[in-house]
Design a protein around this ligand. Structure first.
Ligand code: SF4
Ligand code: SF4
Ligand code: SF4
Length: 239
């Protein structure tokens, strides 16, 4: 069975309970941060921050609006990171749950290639040379529990379950939210395991979202890189 998240950003209050729950479950340390004039904290994902509630203050129709976006790995249906790694001991898709998992063997990969292959700019380099990101709380999910972030979210923003049910829920909410917000849409719903509902057009959010929406995350340049990568590696191994 393949699982999916439905993240209804229209319900998000930016409380960051999901961000903290992710750290708690994975026993990840807090990060030293500075005041950058924004409530978003820390500044970005990292090898010890798998979940980050991005916060934008946007002026929409003459009014100031908070846009919250709980960022994490999208657990792509056909993950470019898996294709790029070409090493299932380092990056693999758990067919039982749909989780895309990075292991300690990522340190043996062409790390820059893997980072570049991700359409959503998710993998982060750890101090020991491995890559880290959200693992869908695969240990919890495999044992019948919800991911920690979903379990903790108090507003119904974070949802998790069988993919068909999540898609159904997403379409239903889109129909409701779309009545008030012309820009409402589901982001890349056909190609990812983490389906976001956003109320405004992607350009109101931030650069990653803008870059990914509308092309299912795969740019022409990336597709070309994927095609020539095996040949490049073979040449490197021969040299
Ligand atoms: Fe891999 Fe990036 Fe897709 Fe996550 S979002 S599965 S890291 S390609
Ligand atoms: Fe973190 Fe688990 Fe949520 Fe992924 S699914 S963001 S690892 S709590
Ligand atoms: Fe938003 Fe829920 Fe995370 Fe709070 S816990 S920031 S409401 S997704």
């Amino acid at each position: 069975m393949s699982y999916a998240f439905f993240i209804d950003t229209t319900r998000c209050t930016g409380c960051r309970a999901c961000q903290v729950a992710c750290k708690q479950w994975h026993d990840l340390p807090a990060e030293a941060t500075t005041n950058r004039g924004t409530f978003q904290n820390p500044e970005d994902l990292s090898f010890t921050t798998y979940k980050l509630v991005r916060m934008e203050e946007a002026q929409i129709d003459g009014r100031l609006k908070w846009l919250f976006f709980p960022e994490q790995c999208r657990h792509c249906i056909e993950p470019p990171c898996v294709d790029t790694a070409m090493d299932e001991s380092a990056i693999y898709k758990d067919e039982k749950t749909g989780a895309v998992i990075f292991t300690a063997n990522t340190s043996k990969l062409f790390i820059d290639d893997v980072i570049e292959s991700c359409p959503y700019n998710i993998p982060r380099r750890a101090a020991d040379g491995t890559l880290a990101k959200c693992d869908m709380c695969n240990d919890r999910v495999s044992n019948g529990l919800l991911p920690a972030c979903v379990q903790t979210c108090p507003t119904g923003t974070m949802n998790f379950g069988e993919r068909d049910k999540m898609l159904e829920l997403a379409e239903k909410r889109l129909a409701t939210v779309g009545q008030k917000h012309a820009g409402a849409q589901l982001v890349d719903a056909d190609s990812v395991g983490v389906i976001y509902l956003i109320a405004e057009k992607p350009s109101a959010y931030y650069e990653y979202l803008m870059a990914s929406t509308g092309n299912h995350g795969i740019t022409r340049t990336m597709a070309l890189k994927k095609m020539i990568r095996p040949f490049t590696r073979a040449m490197q191994q021969l040299a």
